[in-house]
Design a protein around this ligand. Sequence first.
Ligand code: 5AD
Ligand code: SF4
Length: 355
Amino acid sequence: MMNREEVLRWLHETDPTRLADLYARADAVRRECVGDEIHLRGLVEISNYCLQNCAYCGLRRENIAVERYRMSDLEIMDCVQEAVRRGYGTIVLQSGEDYGLETGWIADLVRKIKAGTSLAVTLSLGERFPEELAAWREAGADRYLLKFETSDDELYERIHPALPNRAYSRKGLLRILKDLGYEVGSGVMVGLPGQSYQALANDLFLFREMGLDMIGAGPFLPHPQTPLGQDATYATLPPEEQVPATEEMAYKVVALTRILCPNANIPSTTSLASLNREAGRRLALQRGANVVMPNLTPGTYRLCYEIYPEKLCFHEDPDFEHAQLMQLFADLGRPVGKGPGGRPVDIAKGKESSL
Ligand code: 5AD
Ligand code: SF4
């Protein structure tokens, strides 16, 4: 196991030879603990309405430049069928925090997917009420994704203005999701303005402490229609304390996450692939990641789901993307994961890597 000083040292490391050692170690832990399989999760961005006003995100409520959409259940079921055709094990339904997606409607949708396919269903619909999360779990939803974005409460409050009448914190909801029996995913952005090395080290240890099943970390990418993309002084730190939003820092976080949470499912994120279109996806898979989430959102809606600019999927034809992925996995000598690819059993046994 790595201690805090070591994690901080790695976060500051710049020597390529030493970093190559870190990446090799993460890759070995990945192979030992979750194997060579790469699991595919089909992502459907079902609505881009959002009640929240996060300072970093292009879908924030106050960004009136976004054309808002909500997919119909028929449109969503088409995407589900596409996931089945392609042999994916999981469908991920993602949206902004949109109460237009009614509790019963989502529950019916989940039931329909579970009855008609063998897909695992992951929901990523933001902060919803515990009763809703319970209803969806009852309807058959297997997993829930809710990123805590940063463990630094002060920074979180600055970039994520609180909505009135919220009884639960995001971290509190993660606990509730676990108690409801969901496999729980969370994660952070790397290089958020105002994010210190200390805070990022805390994020990594919090992943471990929370016993998360899925952990996603990608670089912060500034969006011009957001406060954080417009105002360089929105959240500032002395330069030596600020984590840079670089590709390399994101790989370090993926590698350290794998070493600290050996059994977690870790995606090679779209934000990382957007930063380096040519090699980002591959490099994350070689440095700890074992999951890819291809985008199945219909083209007409996809462009409207602009969390940050120049998302990889804006430019890809879905069939081309799929073929490219298959080629990449073949080049890496890694098989596509069979079945839902959920929580590895060893998490329950608390197995530690010997590496
Ligand atoms: N850069 C990178 N990731 C972002 N997200 C939101 N805005 C950005 C951005 N500007 C990520 C957050 C959030 C998810 C919707 O997308 O982690 O959880
Ligand atoms: Fe909404 Fe999520 Fe974007 Fe925040 S990060 S504005 S909750 S979609």
